[in-house]
Design a protein around this ligand. Structure first.
Ligand code: SAM
Length: 278
Protein backbone atom coordinates (compact mmCIF):
# COMPACT_ATOMS: atom_id res chain seq x y z
CA UNK A 1 0.00 0.00 0.00
CA UNK A 2 1.48 3.35 -1.03
CA UNK A 3 2.63 5.77 1.70
CA UNK A 4 1.19 8.99 0.36
CA UNK A 5 -2.49 8.30 1.02
CA UNK A 6 -4.97 11.12 1.48
CA UNK A 7 -5.20 12.43 5.06
CA UNK A 8 -7.56 15.10 6.46
CA UNK A 9 -5.58 18.05 5.08
CA UNK A 10 -5.28 16.55 1.59
CA UNK A 11 -8.98 15.66 1.44
CA UNK A 12 -10.04 19.17 2.44
CA UNK A 13 -7.62 20.77 -0.03
CA UNK A 14 -8.76 18.52 -2.86
CA UNK A 15 -12.44 19.17 -2.13
CA UNK A 16 -11.79 22.91 -2.05
CA UNK A 17 -9.82 22.86 -5.29
CA UNK A 18 -12.59 20.91 -7.07
CA UNK A 19 -15.34 22.93 -5.34
CA UNK A 20 -16.89 19.69 -4.13
CA UNK A 21 -19.67 20.02 -1.58
CA UNK A 22 -20.42 16.52 -0.36
CA UNK A 23 -24.09 15.62 -0.80
CA UNK A 24 -26.13 13.27 1.37
CA UNK A 25 -28.20 12.02 -1.56
CA UNK A 26 -25.07 10.52 -3.14
CA UNK A 27 -23.78 9.27 0.22
CA UNK A 28 -20.63 11.36 -0.11
CA UNK A 29 -18.57 10.77 3.02
CA UNK A 30 -14.91 10.62 2.14
CA UNK A 31 -12.29 8.57 3.97
CA UNK A 32 -9.49 10.73 5.33
CA UNK A 33 -7.72 8.20 7.50
CA UNK A 34 -4.75 6.37 5.91
CA UNK A 35 -4.86 3.66 8.60
CA UNK A 36 -8.44 2.74 7.70
CA UNK A 37 -7.54 2.71 4.00
CA UNK A 38 -4.60 0.38 4.66
CA UNK A 39 -6.85 -1.82 6.78
CA UNK A 40 -9.47 -2.09 4.01
CA UNK A 41 -6.86 -2.93 1.37
CA UNK A 42 -5.27 -5.54 3.65
CA UNK A 43 -8.61 -7.12 4.59
CA UNK A 44 -9.65 -7.25 0.93
CA UNK A 45 -6.64 -9.48 0.26
CA UNK A 46 -6.24 -8.27 -3.31
CA UNK A 47 -3.05 -8.98 -5.19
CA UNK A 48 -1.38 -8.29 -8.55
CA UNK A 49 -3.63 -10.86 -10.26
CA UNK A 50 -6.78 -9.01 -9.21
CA UNK A 51 -8.78 -6.50 -11.17
CA UNK A 52 -10.63 -4.49 -8.54
CA UNK A 53 -14.04 -3.00 -9.20
CA UNK A 54 -14.43 0.07 -6.99
CA UNK A 55 -17.84 1.71 -6.73
CA UNK A 56 -17.80 5.40 -5.82
CA UNK A 57 -14.09 6.29 -5.74
CA UNK A 58 -14.99 9.84 -4.68
CA UNK A 59 -11.85 11.91 -4.14
CA UNK A 60 -9.69 8.79 -4.56
CA UNK A 61 -8.78 7.85 -0.98
CA UNK A 62 -9.32 4.15 -1.36
CA UNK A 63 -8.42 4.10 -5.07
CA UNK A 64 -4.85 5.17 -4.29
CA UNK A 65 -4.52 2.39 -1.72
CA UNK A 66 -5.97 -0.20 -4.10
CA UNK A 67 -3.70 0.79 -7.00
CA UNK A 68 -0.66 -0.15 -4.93
CA UNK A 69 -1.96 -3.65 -4.27
CA UNK A 70 -4.04 -4.74 -7.28
CA UNK A 71 -3.11 -5.35 -10.90
CA UNK A 72 -5.77 -2.92 -12.08
CA UNK A 73 -8.70 -0.87 -10.76
CA UNK A 74 -11.96 -0.11 -12.55
CA UNK A 75 -13.64 2.77 -10.70
CA UNK A 76 -17.32 3.61 -11.31
CA UNK A 77 -18.37 7.07 -10.11
CA UNK A 78 -21.74 8.76 -10.68
CA UNK A 79 -20.59 12.30 -9.85
CA UNK A 80 -19.16 13.89 -13.03
CA UNK A 81 -16.79 16.23 -11.16
CA UNK A 82 -15.32 13.41 -9.06
CA UNK A 83 -15.10 11.02 -12.02
CA UNK A 84 -13.38 13.71 -14.09
CA UNK A 85 -10.84 14.62 -11.42
CA UNK A 86 -9.75 11.12 -10.42
CA UNK A 87 -7.19 10.43 -13.18
CA UNK A 88 -5.31 13.67 -12.36
CA UNK A 89 -5.30 12.88 -8.62
CA UNK A 90 -3.79 9.49 -9.34
CA UNK A 91 -1.27 10.82 -11.90
CA UNK A 92 -0.07 13.43 -9.43
CA UNK A 93 0.40 11.06 -6.53
CA UNK A 94 1.18 7.70 -8.12
CA UNK A 95 2.33 8.48 -11.69
CA UNK A 96 3.93 5.04 -12.11
CA UNK A 97 0.59 3.32 -11.35
CA UNK A 98 -1.75 5.63 -13.26
CA UNK A 99 -2.10 3.28 -16.22
CA UNK A 100 -3.66 0.67 -13.92
CA UNK A 101 -6.76 2.84 -13.49
CA UNK A 102 -9.92 2.96 -15.62
CA UNK A 103 -12.59 5.45 -14.58
CA UNK A 104 -16.19 5.02 -15.69
CA UNK A 105 -18.58 7.91 -15.18
CA UNK A 106 -21.75 5.88 -14.56
CA UNK A 107 -24.43 4.85 -12.09
CA UNK A 108 -23.29 1.53 -10.59
CA UNK A 109 -26.94 0.47 -10.30
CA UNK A 110 -27.41 0.64 -14.06
CA UNK A 111 -23.91 0.27 -15.46
CA UNK A 112 -23.04 -2.72 -17.58
CA UNK A 113 -19.54 -3.63 -16.44
CA UNK A 114 -17.50 -5.68 -18.88
CA UNK A 115 -16.54 -9.04 -17.34
CA UNK A 116 -13.03 -9.00 -15.92
CA UNK A 117 -13.08 -7.54 -12.40
CA UNK A 118 -12.26 -10.23 -9.82
CA UNK A 119 -12.80 -8.31 -6.56
CA UNK A 120 -15.37 -5.74 -5.48
CA UNK A 121 -13.82 -3.30 -3.01
CA UNK A 122 -15.74 -0.18 -2.09
CA UNK A 123 -16.77 2.31 0.51
CA UNK A 124 -20.33 2.23 -0.76
CA UNK A 125 -22.85 5.05 -0.95
CA UNK A 126 -25.03 3.97 1.97
CA UNK A 127 -28.51 4.53 0.61
CA UNK A 128 -27.95 2.17 -2.33
CA UNK A 129 -25.43 -0.25 -0.82
CA UNK A 130 -27.52 -3.43 -0.92
CA UNK A 131 -28.95 -2.97 -4.44
CA UNK A 132 -25.48 -2.09 -5.77
CA UNK A 133 -23.92 -5.21 -4.25
CA UNK A 134 -26.68 -7.50 -5.56
CA UNK A 135 -26.65 -5.88 -9.02
CA UNK A 136 -22.88 -6.30 -9.39
CA UNK A 137 -22.80 -9.87 -8.10
CA UNK A 138 -25.51 -10.69 -10.61
CA UNK A 139 -24.10 -8.86 -13.64
CA UNK A 140 -20.33 -9.29 -13.16
CA UNK A 141 -19.81 -13.05 -12.95
CA UNK A 142 -16.02 -12.72 -12.83
CA UNK A 143 -16.22 -11.20 -9.31
CA UNK A 144 -14.88 -13.84 -6.90
CA UNK A 145 -14.54 -11.82 -3.69
CA UNK A 146 -15.81 -8.61 -2.15
CA UNK A 147 -14.90 -6.33 0.73
CA UNK A 148 -17.33 -3.47 1.16
CA UNK A 149 -17.86 -0.83 3.79
CA UNK A 150 -21.50 -0.17 4.61
CA UNK A 151 -23.59 1.22 7.45
CA UNK A 152 -23.12 -1.00 10.55
CA UNK A 153 -26.78 -2.14 10.55
CA UNK A 154 -26.53 -3.10 6.89
CA UNK A 155 -23.35 -5.08 7.60
CA UNK A 156 -25.30 -6.98 10.27
CA UNK A 157 -28.14 -7.69 7.85
CA UNK A 158 -25.95 -8.77 4.95
CA UNK A 159 -24.01 -11.23 7.11
CA UNK A 160 -26.90 -12.51 9.25
CA UNK A 161 -27.44 -16.28 9.33
CA UNK A 162 -30.98 -17.76 9.24
CA UNK A 163 -32.67 -17.61 12.62
CA UNK A 164 -30.89 -14.47 13.77
CA UNK A 165 -32.71 -11.23 14.56
CA UNK A 166 -31.34 -9.33 11.56
CA UNK A 167 -31.83 -12.08 8.95
CA UNK A 168 -34.00 -10.83 6.09
CA UNK A 169 -34.17 -10.12 2.35
CA UNK A 170 -30.61 -8.72 2.04
CA UNK A 171 -29.11 -11.68 3.95
CA UNK A 172 -31.00 -14.29 1.94
CA UNK A 173 -30.32 -12.67 -1.45
CA UNK A 174 -26.61 -12.05 -0.77
CA UNK A 175 -26.33 -15.71 0.29
CA UNK A 176 -27.51 -16.74 -3.19
CA UNK A 177 -24.15 -15.53 -4.52
CA UNK A 178 -21.72 -15.54 -1.64
CA UNK A 179 -20.64 -16.64 1.79
CA UNK A 180 -20.87 -13.37 3.70
CA UNK A 181 -19.11 -12.48 6.96
CA UNK A 182 -18.52 -9.32 8.96
CA UNK A 183 -14.93 -8.10 8.90
CA UNK A 184 -14.85 -5.42 11.59
CA UNK A 185 -16.30 -2.08 12.68
CA UNK A 186 -15.28 1.36 11.43
CA UNK A 187 -15.89 4.49 13.53
CA UNK A 188 -17.60 7.50 11.95
CA UNK A 189 -14.66 9.81 12.72
CA UNK A 190 -12.63 8.49 9.76
CA UNK A 191 -14.94 10.27 7.30
CA UNK A 192 -15.34 13.83 6.12
CA UNK A 193 -18.03 14.95 6.55
CA UNK A 194 -18.70 12.83 9.66
CA UNK A 195 -21.82 10.72 8.99
CA UNK A 196 -24.41 10.12 11.72
CA UNK A 197 -23.99 6.33 11.60
CA UNK A 198 -21.16 3.91 12.27
CA UNK A 199 -19.86 1.61 9.57
CA UNK A 200 -18.81 -1.97 9.18
CA UNK A 201 -16.79 -4.06 6.76
CA UNK A 202 -18.37 -7.03 5.02
CA UNK A 203 -16.42 -9.79 3.30
CA UNK A 204 -17.95 -11.85 0.51
CA UNK A 205 -16.64 -14.98 -1.17
CA UNK A 206 -18.45 -16.24 -4.25
CA UNK A 207 -19.92 -19.73 -4.12
CA UNK A 208 -22.09 -21.91 -6.32
CA UNK A 209 -25.73 -20.78 -6.22
CA UNK A 210 -28.42 -23.21 -5.02
CA UNK A 211 -29.83 -25.53 -7.64
CA UNK A 212 -33.40 -26.52 -8.52
CA UNK A 213 -34.91 -23.09 -9.23
CA UNK A 214 -33.69 -19.96 -10.99
CA UNK A 215 -32.58 -16.83 -9.17
CA UNK A 216 -35.75 -14.99 -10.26
CA UNK A 217 -38.02 -17.79 -9.03
CA UNK A 218 -36.17 -18.06 -5.74
CA UNK A 219 -36.05 -14.30 -5.10
CA UNK A 220 -39.83 -14.14 -5.69
CA UNK A 221 -40.27 -16.56 -2.76
CA UNK A 222 -37.83 -14.58 -0.61
CA UNK A 223 -39.66 -11.30 -1.30
CA UNK A 224 -43.05 -12.88 -0.50
CA UNK A 225 -41.75 -14.62 2.64
CA UNK A 226 -40.46 -11.38 4.19
CA UNK A 227 -43.18 -9.02 2.94
CA UNK A 228 -45.29 -9.88 5.98
CA UNK A 229 -42.78 -10.73 8.65
CA UNK A 230 -45.00 -12.03 11.41
CA UNK A 231 -46.99 -14.42 9.26
CA UNK A 232 -46.35 -18.12 8.89
CA UNK A 233 -44.92 -19.11 5.52
CA UNK A 234 -48.22 -20.82 4.66
CA UNK A 235 -49.97 -17.44 4.89
CA UNK A 236 -47.12 -15.29 3.59
CA UNK A 237 -46.69 -17.41 0.44
CA UNK A 238 -50.43 -17.72 -0.36
CA UNK A 239 -50.32 -14.92 -2.94
CA UNK A 240 -47.18 -16.31 -4.55
CA UNK A 241 -48.54 -19.88 -4.73
CA UNK A 242 -52.13 -19.08 -5.72
CA UNK A 243 -53.70 -19.97 -2.39
CA UNK A 244 -52.65 -21.03 1.10
CA UNK A 245 -53.25 -24.71 0.36
CA UNK A 246 -50.91 -24.62 -2.61
CA UNK A 247 -48.35 -22.74 -0.53
CA UNK A 248 -48.60 -25.51 2.06
CA UNK A 249 -48.05 -28.17 -0.60
CA UNK A 250 -44.88 -26.45 -1.85
CA UNK A 251 -43.59 -26.06 1.71
CA UNK A 252 -44.26 -29.67 2.68
CA UNK A 253 -42.69 -30.92 -0.55
CA UNK A 254 -39.59 -28.84 0.29
CA UNK A 255 -39.47 -30.27 3.81
CA UNK A 256 -40.46 -26.99 5.53
CA UNK A 257 -43.14 -26.89 8.25
CA UNK A 258 -45.99 -24.65 6.94
CA UNK A 259 -46.03 -22.87 10.30
CA UNK A 260 -42.35 -21.85 9.98
CA UNK A 261 -41.46 -18.19 9.35
CA UNK A 262 -39.20 -16.79 6.66
CA UNK A 263 -36.66 -15.70 9.29
CA UNK A 264 -35.57 -19.32 9.80
CA UNK A 265 -35.20 -20.41 6.16
CA UNK A 266 -31.86 -20.47 4.34
CA UNK A 267 -31.43 -19.64 0.65
CA UNK A 268 -31.06 -23.27 -0.50
CA UNK A 269 -34.41 -24.04 1.15
CA UNK A 270 -36.04 -20.99 -0.48
CA UNK A 271 -34.84 -22.41 -3.82
CA UNK A 272 -36.36 -25.77 -2.92
CA UNK A 273 -39.70 -24.13 -2.07
CA UNK A 274 -39.60 -22.31 -5.43
CA UNK A 275 -38.87 -25.58 -7.21
CA UNK A 276 -41.95 -27.21 -5.65
CA UNK A 277 -44.50 -24.57 -6.70
CA UNK A 278 -47.43 -26.41 -8.26
N1 SAM B 1 -14.43 5.84 -2.00
C1 SAM B 1 -14.47 7.19 -1.49
C2 SAM B 1 -13.88 7.23 -0.11
O1 SAM B 1 -13.80 6.17 0.51
O2 SAM B 1 -13.52 8.32 0.34
C3 SAM B 1 -15.90 7.77 -1.49
C4 SAM B 1 -16.95 6.96 -0.79
S1 SAM B 1 -18.51 7.77 -0.62
C5 SAM B 1 -19.13 6.89 0.80
C6 SAM B 1 -19.53 7.12 -1.91
C7 SAM B 1 -19.18 7.53 -3.33
O3 SAM B 1 -20.08 6.88 -4.24
C8 SAM B 1 -19.29 9.02 -3.64
O4 SAM B 1 -18.15 9.42 -4.34
C9 SAM B 1 -20.54 9.13 -4.54
O5 SAM B 1 -20.49 10.20 -5.45
C10 SAM B 1 -20.54 7.78 -5.24
N2 SAM B 1 -21.86 7.28 -5.69
C11 SAM B 1 -23.06 7.50 -5.12
N3 SAM B 1 -24.03 6.82 -5.77
C12 SAM B 1 -23.42 6.15 -6.79
C13 SAM B 1 -23.86 5.28 -7.83
N4 SAM B 1 -25.16 4.94 -7.95
N5 SAM B 1 -22.96 4.79 -8.71
C14 SAM B 1 -21.63 5.12 -8.60
N6 SAM B 1 -21.16 5.93 -7.64
C15 SAM B 1 -22.02 6.44 -6.74
Amino acid sequence: VPNDLLGPAEIRALAERLEVRPTKTLGQNFLHDPNTIRRIVRTAEVGPDDVVLEVGPGLGSLTLGLLGAAGAVVAVEIDPVLAGALPATVSERLPHLADRLTVLHADALRATIKPGPTALVANLPYNVAVPVVLHLLETVPTLRTGLVMVQAEVADRLAAPPGSRTYGVPSAKAAWYCAVTKAGAVPRAVFWPVPNVDSGLVRMVRREPPTGASREETFAVVDAAFAQRRKTLRAALAGWAGGADRAEQALVAAGVPPTARGETVDIATFARIAANRA
